[in-house]
Ligand binder design. Sequence first.
Ligand code: NAP
Length: 250
Amino acid sequence: MKIAGTRILVTGGGAGIGRYLAEQLLAESADVAVLELDAARCAELSAASGGRIRVQPCDVSDAAAVDAALQALADAGFEPDVLVNNAGIIHSEPLVNMLSRGERVHARESWQRVISTNLDSVFFVTGRVVDRMLARRCKGVVISISSIAANGNAGQSAYAAAKAGVNALTRTWAKELGAMGLRFVAIAPGFIDTPSTRAALSEATLARLQQQIPLRRLGELEHLYLALRHVIENDYLTGTVLEVDGGLVI
Ligand code: NAP
């Protein structure tokens, strides 16, 4: 599939990776829409793109909100050919915090929030978008931003489980819907140099991590865009998890 002229929906496109991907796709003449939680971010992104990115406020972990947002986009003439499930939150919490004087076991609230934002959202948005693609006989592509944490990452039970779920859904849907011409691919970044990464990790941790990465550096946003473009353009790619991590998981 060519990028120019293709209608591409990016969730969580108001900041970080999603915003970069949305702006790069726009620069390559895609017709881009974004679902974004934060209303102020929505207004700012719309203004920054000169109104060329269609921005729809939406909490993608709320199925009813997703229905309303997709209908609003459809009413404005936008039906996605490509979906990028990017919205997510990174959360670290040990299964048992042995140093805590209060509750020691991983909180149920944070477990549910992380699963809801990172996994339920992918299930809700993909089901609805694919239903619309099938009705239009569109041979669309669904790309979900996973993480190498899906392989297991100490201190990230909920996040690792959610991203492993995203990988499982990607493979399941590739098998289930391949005969209809639909493709499903996950992109699993390692450590990408974003504000959210720098907010989550100390300088010392980042320096130590870089020594463990075979290429000895963090990834750049551009590396993820190159992967995304490859997945959109290569019509024989489906059911796979593309790790963009400088070799960290080998
Ligand atoms: P980010 O900077 O925090 O951006 C996430 C975006 O998603 C924000 O615009 C956020 O909006 C939005 N969002 C969050 N919850 C949402 C919801 N319920 N509904 C709609 N939008 C929502 O994070 P990022 O680093 O770019 O991460 C993007 C994706 O990449 C995530 O899936 C993450 O797990 C994955 N990832 C990132 C890295 C990395 O190194 N950064 C590595 C591996 C995987 P608000 O800010 O307004 O809440």
